[in-house]
Design a binder for this molecule. Structure first.
Ligand code: BTN
Length: 331
């Protein structure tokens, strides 16, 4: 995306009309350059209306992310974090994986206003649109090796549940290993997703790039592009959430829960996880990496974060897989 287009979006973020002439004067470019930049917007899924005599406007106002607002919202602990906001990027996880290997500091957060190639778990895409989703990654460096980090992906879910509780959302649930769901209008719908990528030795030092995507205010157009039932914060709270404040709350909670995890492992957080488990004691179907399905009743979560199922072969532990509620059972 051209620098000029993002500067224009920054102005249009108030949701009001802005004339091409004033924009051209403001950025010291021709009106044709403004028009050219605006025609680029569509390829990023951004709708800009153009009305003769009035100028340009976005379909609705958006709250953009910016570093100083996030730091202000963090407050006293702001210096502990290294915050970076990008206008647009492919995937904050991919950028952070690269930058982490180049020495990006512990407790860094890279957020983006527009993400064009967001990655989901199991090779899926994470679709997001300007102002409709919060997309960022958080870096945590561990003194333990990656072998000690089982349970990490569940722990991140706890940080989100705790944050939502702070916002008065007490009914958010976790789907193993770490989707955040809301039961709404008789269905489980996804509010947030987590993608964790690891780097490092199994027994030396390691790091985790924790990618988080949260639905803020998704349009009907975006819902159609998402391959599963989804819900957003706006629908739940009937209020628009400032994304800068939300990032600040989440990364403070992440730092808290990750420190707890480093000290005591997952076992000390397991009860808290199970309390929010959407499918605890329900019959589910789990698709393994090789495509095989296993049906079983959820018994518990192990101290390492595996899912324990009662299946027709007895009790079995699974450390990875995709879970859905089994509709053939009276859950
Ligand atoms: C999932 O539910 O499948 C995980 C979704 C994770 C999406 C986030 S958005 C920010 C970060 N960058 C990415 O490319 N993916 C994660």
């Amino acid at each position: 995306m051209s620098n000029l287009l993002f500067k224009i979006i920054d102005v249009l973020a108030d949701g009001k009309f802005h004339s091409g002439e004033i924009l051209a004067n403001q950025f010291k470019v021709s009106r044709v350059s403004i028009w050219n930049a605006i025609s680029e917007a569509e390829q990023f899924g951004i709708e800009i209306h153009s009305v003769r005599g009035k100028g340009y406007k976005l379909t609705h106002a958006v709250e953009l992310l910016d570093e100083s607002s996030i730091k202000r919202a963090i407050g006293e602990q702001a210096n502990f974090f290294n915050i970076e906001v990008m206008d647009t990027t492919t995937s904050t996880n991919s950028v952070m994986m690269q930058r982490a290997s180049e020495g990006l500091p512990h407790a860094s957060c890279i957020a983006t206003n527009i993400q064009t190639a967001g990655k989901g778990r199991r090779g899926r895409k994470w679709v997001s649109e300007l102002g409709e989703n919060l997309t960022f990654s958080f870096l945590w460096r561990f003194n333990q090796g990656a072998a000690m980090l089982s349970g990490l992906s569940l722990v991140v879910g706890i940080a989100l549940i705790r944050t939502f509780k702070q916002l008065g959302i007490n009914h958010a649930l976790l789907k193993w290993p770490n989707d955040v769901l809301i039961f709404h209008e008789k269905a489980y719908k996804k509010l947030a997703g987590i993608l964790i990528e690891l780097q490092g030795d199994m027994d030396g030092q390691s790091l985790a790039v924790i990618g988080i995507g949260i639905n803020l205010n998704i349009s009907k157009k975006q819902i159609k592009k998402i391959d599963q039932p989804a819900i957003d914060l706006q629908t739940i709270t009937q209020e628009s959430m400032n994304p800068n404040n939300l990032i600040a709350l989440i990364i403070k909670e992440l730092a808290r829960v990750l420190s707890e995890f480093e000290l005591n492992g997952f076992s000390s957080l397991k009860e808290e996880w199970v309390m929010s488990h959407a499918f605890h004691e329900k019959v589910i179907s789990l698709t393994k990496g090789d495509g095989q399905n296993v049906i079983g009743k959820v018994i518990d979560i192990s101290d390492e974060g595996s899912l324990i199922l009662q299946t027709n072969k007895g009790q079995q532990n699974f450390s990875s897989g995709e879970v859905v509620l089994n509709k053939d059972w009276n859950n």
